[in-house]
Write a protein that binds this ligand. Structure first.
Ligand SMILES: Cc1cc2nc3c(=O)[nH]c(=O)nc-3n(C[C@H](O)[C@H](O)[C@H](O)COP(=O)(O)OP(=O)(O)OC[C@H]3O[C@@H](n4cnc5c(N)ncnc54)[C@H](O)[C@@H]3O)c2cc1C
Length: 402
């Protein structure tokens, strides 16, 4: 093992970052660039993933190797990496305990372990994945199975879902739907298919003009949209899915394939340690503007696990990391804290090669003053999302250049 360096020595950390995903690595790198001397990262996985590419892996547009890097290569130089998982936090004693029983005290704790699949919320779903009848691009182990499964479908009913909040960048779950519809249309089989979308809310993004574009795309491909619909139960033997809807439950039987994204929740130790509440998906209860815990002054949180009153995304992290890095410095000097405006992004493909990029903050759509027409699906935006952003991510964002 090459990079559990100094790991054996750590028992106190000035800044302790939990989770080496998009949030944790970018923040650790940024703090070290800003001159921090003692940054420790707790992260169990030997592999780092650029999750947005999972959707492209799922539709045969990217190999898995394009999104994965050894964790040892992305942990920033000068950061101590403890390769272990946090199992409990005691904010009163400013201590975390890892799965291997190690205790680490901290002066400042940044909680960013992301969200995890809540298989218990949907009985039958995990078995349906194991049987290969249900898949989704959201589950790394299933992403490579999605395209072969969808390509094999030539008739019958296919279900796609958008996961209910809280979920990582939920709107991008439409990418496989539109890319598959376009492919089926080109193959001449779309008219033999009944494509159903279970949408947890009435609209996808809440941005009027963008939603109007997406509605047109649904019509173009003949997608039947069930609004306010969530997957309640899956039967992998009967290949049926039960949805809960505003008017009661609804059963979809004999499905040819189910692209069902699991529901998500925060790791249980977050609420268990009193950093948040189960009612909020177990997420960390922070001031959504300053990113500081409302309960413990030395605890902060960003990324998917933070309850920020906006839909989560890697794009949003560009702003969160900057605000948090500045706020940690400001808090140390007793200065005024900066504010995160809830900026987030939702990139949605509307065909195999076009993408509409939706950006918004808490006050509405962004950017507000561009001379170009917004929310128009473009090939250039698709190319940037697929090929440009991964380069920006690995070369700039993970190196703290946000
Ligand atoms: C399929 C998919 C497509 C997406 N598409 C887009 C997109 O197109 N654009 C966009 O902007 N965003 C997109 N996102 C969202 C984006 O990937 C997330 O918002 C971002 O990864 C969140 O970063 P994070 O660090 O909070 O969580 P993650 O990236 O999930 O990282 C969390 C890390 O914490 C670690 N961890 C977990 N538990 C523990 C523990 N107990 N102790 C220590 N470490 C722990 C994990 O191993 C992981 O490395 C997508 C997400 C998915 C799943």
């Amino acid at each position: 093992m090459t990079l559990t360096r100094a790991d054996a020595l750590v028992d106190h950390a000035e800044v302790l970052v939990v989770g080496g995903g998009n949030a944790g690595i970018s923040l650790a790198a940024r703090l070290l660039r800003d001159g921090a001397e003692d940054v420790t990262l707790v992260e169990p996985s030997p592999v780092h993933r650029y999750r947005p590419l999972l959707n492209y892996v799922g539709v045969g547009e990217a190999p898995v190797s394009a999104l994965e890097r050894p964790m040892a290569r992305v942990v920033p130089r000068g950061c101590r990496w403890v390769q272990d998982a946090v199992a409990a936090v005691d904010p009163g004693a400013s201590t975390v305990t890892t799965g291997r029983g190690r205790r680490i005290t901290y002066s400042t704790l940044v909680v960013c372990p992301g969200m995890q699949e809540d298989w218990d919320a949907t009985p039958g779903l995990q078995d349906a994945y194991a049987a290969g009848w249900a898949t989704s691009t959201y589950v790394p182990g299933a992403a490579t199975l999605v395209w072969p499964a969808l390509q094999a479908v030539r008739e019958g009913t296919v279900l796609f879902t958008v996961p209910p909040e809280p979920a990582p960048c939920a709107a991008t779950a439409l990418k496989p739907l539109f890319m598959a519809c376009d492919s089926w249309r080109r193959a001449g089989v779309l008219r033999d298919l009944d494509v159903v979308l279970a949408l947890p809310e009435k609209q996808v993004t809440g941005v009027r003009k963008a939603d109007a574009r997406l509605e047109r795309a649904f019509e173009r491909y003949g997608v039947r949209v069930l609004r306010g619909a969530r997957v309640a139960r899956v039967d992998p033997v009967l290949r049926s899915v039960e949805l809960s809807t505003p008017t009661g439950s609804r059963q979809l039987d004999d499905l040819a394939h189910a692209h069902v994204v699991p529901h998500y929740r925060a790791p249980r130790w977050v609420a268990g340690g009193g950093l948040g509440t189960e009612a909020d998906g177990g997420r960390v209860d922070v001031d959504p503007q300053t990113l500081r815990s409302r309960r413990h002054e030395d605890v902060w949180s960003i990324g998917d696990v933070a309850s920020l009153g906006t839909s989560s995304s890697g794009g949003g992290l560009r702003k969160q990391v900057d605000v948090l890095a500045r706020n940690l410095a400001a808090a140390a000097k007793g200065r005024r804290l900066r504010r995160y405006d809830g900026f987030t992004v939702m990139p949605v493909t509307t065909s195999r090669r076009r993408l509409v990029l939706v950006e918004r903050d808490r006050s509405g759509p962004r950017p507000r003053h561009l001379p170009v027409r917004r929310f128009v699906p473009r090939r250039t935006t698709w190319l940037f999302d697929r090929y440009g952003l991964p380069v920006v991510y690995f070369r700039r964002l993970l190196r703290g250049k946000v």
